[in-house]
Design a protein around this ligand. Structure first.
Ligand code: NAP
Length: 289
C-alpha cells in the first residue's frame, strides 16, 4: 500500500488528509495540536509524534501549514521531516509560502536528492475535503510524474513550470483577490454611508462588469455582515498579499501600487481580528466620518 505522511491538519489540511484515507493510502499524520487528528486516527490514520516520526518509512510527505515559519519548522526544524529522511523520496509543499522560501526549500531538499514539488492550492476547505482543489504545481516534469499518484486524490493539476512557479501564480492570484475584496468592501461602505438601497446595489453589482467570483462570494455576506464559519482568515489573506508584494518588489521597478494598499488594509484587519473571515474588511472600512 502506498504510504504518505500528512503534516498540518487545519481547515484545509484536515480534509486533504482525509482524501488519502478515502483513496486507500496508508496515512501517517502530525499536527502541532494533536486534537485535530483525533477523528482521522479513528478513521485509520497513524499518529506520528513529530514531523520527523511521521515521515519515517513513507514514500511522500505532504505539508499544509500556515506560512514560511511553520513550513521551515516542519521540514527543517530539529524534529522536522528532514531529520529522518532519506534520498529519493517525494516532498510536496501545499502551504502558501513566499517565493523565496519555496525556492530555498527546493534547494535544500535537492541537495539531499529529495524530489520537491511546490504545490499551493486554490479552493476552500469544502473543496479540500472533496478532492476538488486546483493544484498550482512548480516541479521538474519527472518529479511531477512521480508525484502524480499523490496529487490526484486532492484535485486538478496545473503545472506552471520549474519549482517556485506554482507559488508565483498562487501569490498573484491571492494578491488580486485581496485587492478585489478590499475594493468591494470600500465600494459597499461608500454606498451604505451615502444611503443607497443596498438590495439594489447588490443586484447591480452581481449583474455588472465587476462581478468576479470573489465579488460574488463576498458581496452579499458583507452587506448582511454575515461572517459565520470563517474559511479564509484576515491573517492568511494579509500573509499572502505581503508575500506577493515582496515578490513584486523584486521584479518590478514601479509596482506594486495597489498591492501595497491591499497589504496595508489587511494589516489593519489582521491587527483587529486575525482569525475572523477576510470579508470582515467591510467592518474595517465602514466607520462613518
Ligand atoms: P489553519 O486552519 O489556520 O491551519 C494552519 C495549520 O498550520 C494548522 O495545522 C496549524 O497547527 C499549523 N501551524 C501554524 N503554525 C505552525 C508552526 N509554527 N509549526 C507547526 N504547525 C503550525 O489554516 P488553513 O486555512 O488550513 O490554511 C493552511 C494553508 O493553506 C495556508 O498556507 C493558507 O494560506 C493555505 N490556503 C488556505 C485556504 C483556505 O480557504 N483556508 C485556501 C487555499 C490555501 P495548529 O492546528 O496546531 O494551530
Amino acid at each position: 500500500m502506498t504510504k504518505v505522511a500528512f503534516i498540518g491538519l487545519g481547515r484545509m489540511g484536515h480534509g486533504m488528509a482525509g482524501r488519502y484515507l478515502d483513496a486507500g493510502f496508508t496515512v501517517k499524520v502530525w499536527n502541532r495540536s494533536k486534537k485535530k487528528a483525533d477523528d482521522l486516527i479513528a478513521r485509520g490514520a497513524l499518529w506520528g509524534n513529530s514531523p520527523m516520526r511521521a515521515a519515517e518509512d513513507v514514500d511522500a510527505v505532504v505539508t499544509m501549514v500556515a506560512d514560511d515559519e511553520a513550513s521551515r519548522e516542519v521540514w527543517l526544524g530539529e524534529q522536522g521531516v528532514l531529520a529522518s529522511w532519506k534520498p529519493d523520496r517525494l516532498a510536496i509543499e501545499c502551504s502558501t509560502v513566499s517565493y523565496h522560501h519555496a525556492r530555498d526549500l527546493g534547494r535544500q531538499l535537492g541537495w539531499r536528492r529529495i524530489s520537491y514539488i511546490d504545490c499551493p492550492v486554490t479552493g476552500l476547505p469544502d473543496a479540500a475535503a472533496s478532492g476538488k482543489l486546483t493544484l498550482l504545481v512548480g516541479a521538474d516534469p519527472a518529479d511531477l510524474e512521480k508525484a502524480r499518484p499523490f496529487l490526484e486524490p486532492l484535485g486538478t493539476i496545473r503545472h506552471f513550470g520549474a519549482v517556485g512557479t506554482g507559488t508565483v501564480y498562487k501569490l498573484i492570484n491571492n494578491l488580486m483577490g485581496a485587492i478585489q475584496i478590499a475594493g468591494l468592501a470600500e465600494g459597499l461602505a461608500i454606498a451604505e454611508q451615502a444611503g443607497l438601497d443596498m438590495n439594489l446595489v447588490l443586484e447591480a453589482i452581481q449583474s455588472g462588469v465587476t462581478a468576479s467570483p470573489q465579488v460574488l462570494r463576498h458581496s452579499e455576506r458583507m452587506v448582511a455582515r454575515n461572517f459565520a464559519g470563517a474559511t479564509f482568515t484576515a491573517s492568511l489573506r494579509h500573509k499572502d498579499a505581503a508575500y506577493a508584494v515582496k515578490l513584486a518588489e523584486s521584479l518590478l521597478a514601479d509596482a506594486p501600487l495597489i498591492g501595497r494598499a491591499a497589504v496595508e488594509a489587511y494589516a489593519r484587519a489582521k491587527a483587529q481580528m486575525p482569525d475572523d473571515d477576510e470579508g470582515k474588511m467591510i467592518e474595517i472600512v465602514s466607520r462613518p466620518k
